[in-house]
Design a protein around this ligand. Structure first.
Ligand SMILES: [Mn+2]
Length: 385
């Protein structure tokens, strides 16, 4: 009979992160990330997962709260059927002061602490391969050649590794791994960590491999739905699917509020757009909202009032105002002021560019004109651009 095992692949939880990007929510978010890890071990328990693969950066670093490490050990140790395998990454590399330094990890947990090695579980029908970062950087690939041909063909061979998928021969300081190395490895599945965005399940000859991405976001550089890969692996065959585990999503969304000229109108448009796009639990997410469109001349978008009102309805929100004022430039050009001179000269440049039929230049100058007008109103910050 074909030997088939059930696995769950996760990576890059970065437990213990400072999370300074979301002021006022950092402590809460740290706890939520630990709960997400608990959610993952609960899935393992409930769905009889044979092998939980943790592909590095489980912890943010060496100096994290001891109770977090204790909880992780407790959740892993409580699993009745699951073997967990951890391959330390560039953040939680194996060293004398790392969370992996002590030997009191539960018996069902394999922590890789050296170069590539194998742990055989013949009674479960699989062999786990893995390796550890020994420091922040790892310039030599940890995926060294092993004798694939000599391996027991009745065993499923799975590898867990933190590293950087690179093109052939390219350098990386984060454990370079190339497609030909993956192909030559002969492993049935390689569970990768390091890149926080998941890839599809990829193939290098008979070896399947993927980044699962992180199971829950930590900032606006980790957008959208996050989770793990779960499913079965057999000799030369995988059947894995994405499973959402994130408690909340980080989302960046542009909302066109053209024509709106009051706080209530903008609020309605924003909430309508968000509720439309992000489903019934839309209130739970972190939003970066970018307001666009043109609004009546003289109307100022009340950014802090809107932020306060939205915070009563959404978990977290920050607003960037990129709206443009509807201006009558021909009238402004008549003004006897620095602004008038500026508008006049910009309109001349637009005319010249139009005569040359240089449409790129026309739209570039128009955009510059609008930014310039906002500068006259004292509303341009360098960070907006
Ligand atoms: Mn990493």
């Amino acid at each position: 009979m074909l030997n088939k095992i059930k696995i769950l692949h996760c990576a890059d939880l970065h437990l213990g992160s400072e999370l300074t990007a979301v002021p006022g929510r950092a402590r809460e978010r740290r706890q939520e990330l630990l709960k997400t890890f608990r959610k993952i071990t609960n899935i393992c328990q409930d769905e009889n997962i044979d092998l939980l693969l943790i592909a590095g950066d489980l912890f943010e670093g060496a100096n994290i709260d001891g109770s977090t490490i204790q909880s992780v050990k407790e959740y892993l140790g409580s699993l009745d059927k699951t073997i967990a395998a951890i391959a330390p990454g560039n953040h939680d590399y194996a060293s004398v002061d790392s969370p992996y330094a002590d030997e009191d990890w539960p018996d069902n947990v394999v922590v890789f602490r050296t170069g590539l090695e194998a742990r055989e579980f013949p009674e479960h029908g699989f062999t786990i391969w893995g390796a550890a970062f020994a420091g922040t950087y790892c310039r030599e690939s940890l995926l060294v050649a092993t004798q694939a041909v000599d391996r027991d063909p009745n065993q499923v061979h799975v590898c867990v590794l933190h590293g950087d998928l690179t093109s052939e021969g390219a350098d990386s300081v984060y454990n370079p791994v190339s497609e030909s190395q993956l192909a030559d490895s002969g492993f049935d599945y390689v569970a990768l960590g390091h890149i926080h965005k998941r890839t599809p399940i990829l193939f290098a000859r008979n070896t399947a491999y993927a980044y699962s991405g992180c199971p829950d976001g930590r900032g606006f550089d980790e957008l959208g739905e996050k989770g793990v890969y779960i499913g079965t692996v057999a000799r030369g065959h995988v059947d894995l699917e994405f499973r959402r585990t994130c408690s909340r999503m980080y989302l960046t969304t542009e909302i066109d509020i053209s024509g709106a000229a009051s706080e209530t109108e903008i609020l309605d448009q924003v909430l309508l757009s968000i509720a439309d796009n992000y489903g019934s639990d839309y209130r739970d997410n972190y939003y970066k909202i970018i307001l666009t469109g043109s609004i009546p001349a003289g109307y100022r978008v009340p950014v802090s009032q809107l932020t306060d009102s939205l915070l009563e309805r959404l978990h977290f929100v920050k607003i960037k105002n990129r709206t443009r004022a509807e201006l009558d430039y021909d009238q402004l050009a008549q003004e006897a002021s620095l602004r008038g001179i500026y508008v006049r000269r910009m309109l001349e440049r637009i005319e010249t560019a139009e005569a040359r039929k240089d449409e790129n230049e026309v739209s570039r100058i128009r955009a510059a004109l609008e930014i310039g007008m906002r500068a006259f109103e004292g509303e341009v910050q360098l960070s907006d651009y």
